[in-house]
Design a protein around this ligand. Structure first.
Ligand code: NAD
Length: 247
C-alpha cells in the first residue's frame, strides 16, 4: 500500500511507533525512524532487520526539543531520499500528577515533546512536500483529547492541541495536496500498560465496549490507512481507535 513512499516516524523505537514502522515496512515503504537515544534506535533497527533483512529502514536520534537539530535531520533525509511523503509525529510523553504536585516546568516539558516537537518536524517537512506536490502528515493524539482526564492535566491539554494543529493545518495545506490527520488511540498494550497489575487493568477493560485493550498493531492499521491512497480524500480527521472507550 505504500510502495515508493518515504516515511519518517518519530518515537519509532517501541510501542505504537514501532508498530507503525513495521506496518509501513510490511507495505513496502522506506522508513526513517527517530528515537530518543542511539542505543534504543540501534536495538529497534536490529530487531526489524532480523525480522526481514530486505526492509529498507534506518534510524536517527535528533533532539526533538532542538529546532536546529531537527531541521538538519529532516533536510538530510530530504536530500538523501529526494523527498518525504509521510511524516508521523508519534513521540509523546504522558503524565498523571495531581494539580497540587504540578509546576510550570512540568507542564512545559510535556507540551515541548507532545506539541512543540510536532511543529519542529512539520516546518521543514512541509517546505519539501510543497515542492514535491503533496504529502501526508499523521499525528498521534489520544482518547483523552475528547473529555480530558482527571490528573496529569498537561497530557490532555497537549492532545487537544494536537487535534487543533491537525484540523487547522489540514485546512491550510489542503490546496498543496498535503493531507493532515490524527489517530486518537485508546488504552494500548505498550510497555506502560503491560506493567499494570491485573486488578488495575480489569476496571479499565470494563470501560471499553470492545472489552479489551488495543494491540499496537490495531492502532498502526489506522496509520497505514491514513498514509495510503485509500485515504486520498481524508484530511482533517481525528480517527478514534479506542474500542469506543468512555473515560
Ligand atoms: P512509549 O512510551 O512506548 O513510546 C513513546 C515514544 O516516544 C518512544 O519511542 C520514545 O523514545 C519517544 N519519546 C518520548 N520522549 C521523547 C523525547 N524527549 N525525544 C524523542 N523521543 C521521545 O508510548 P506509546 O504508548 O507507544 O506512545 C506513543 C504515542 O501514542 C504517544 O504520543 C502517546 O501519547 C500516544 N498514546 C498512547 C496510548 C497508550 O495507551 N499507549 C494511548 C493514547 C495515545
Amino acid at each position: 500500500m505504500l510502495k515508493g513512499k518515504i516515511a519518517v516516524v518519530t518515537g519509532g523505537t517501541r510501542g505504537i511507533g514501532y508498530a507503525i514502522v513495521r506496518k509501513f515496512l510490511q507495505n513496502n515503504a522506506q522508513v526513517v525512524l527517530f528515537g530518543l537515544k542511539k542505543e534504543t534506535v540501534k536495538k529497534a533497527l536490529e530487531k526489524l532487520t532480523k525480522e526481514n533483512p530486505s526492509w529498507k529502514v534506518e534510524g536517527s536520534w535528533p533532539d526533538l526539543t532542538d529546532t536546529v537539530d531537527v531541521e538538519r535531520e529532516i533536510k538530510r533525509i530530504q536530500e538523501n531520499y529526494g523527498k518525504i511523503d509521510i511524516l508521523v509525529n508519534n513521540a509523546g510523553v504522558s503524565d498523571d500528577k495531581g494539580i497540587d504536585e504540578y509546576n510550570v516546568e512540568q507542564f512545559t516539558k510535556i507540551m515541548q515533546i507532545n506539541v512543540d516537537a510536532m511543529i519542529r518536524t512539520i516546518l521543514p517537512t512541509v517546505k519539501g512536500m510543497k515542492e514535491h506536490g503533496g504529502g501526508c502528515i499523521i499525528n498521534t493524539s489520544s482518547m483523552v483529547s475528547k473529555n480530558g482526564q482527571p490528573g496529569g492535566v498537561a497530557y490532555p491539554v497537549s492532545k487537544f492541541a494536537v487535534n487543533g494543529l491537525t484540523v487547522s493545518l489540514a485546512r491550510e495545506l489542503g490546496p498543496y495536496q498535503i493531507r493532515v490527520n490524527a489517530v486518537a488511540p485508546g488504552v494500548t498494550k505498550t510497555d506502560m500498560i503491560t506493567e499494570l497489575p491485573d486488578e488495575e487493568l480489569q476496571p479499565i477493560v470494563q470501560m471499553i465496549p470492545l472489552q479489551r485493550i488495543a494491540d499496537p498493531e490495531n492502532v498502526a492499521d489506522a496509520f497505514l490507512f491514513l498514509a495510503s491512497d485509500m485515504a486520498s480524500y481524508v484530511t482533517g480527521a481525528i480517527l478514534p481507535v479506542d474500542g469506543a472507550a468512555i473515560v
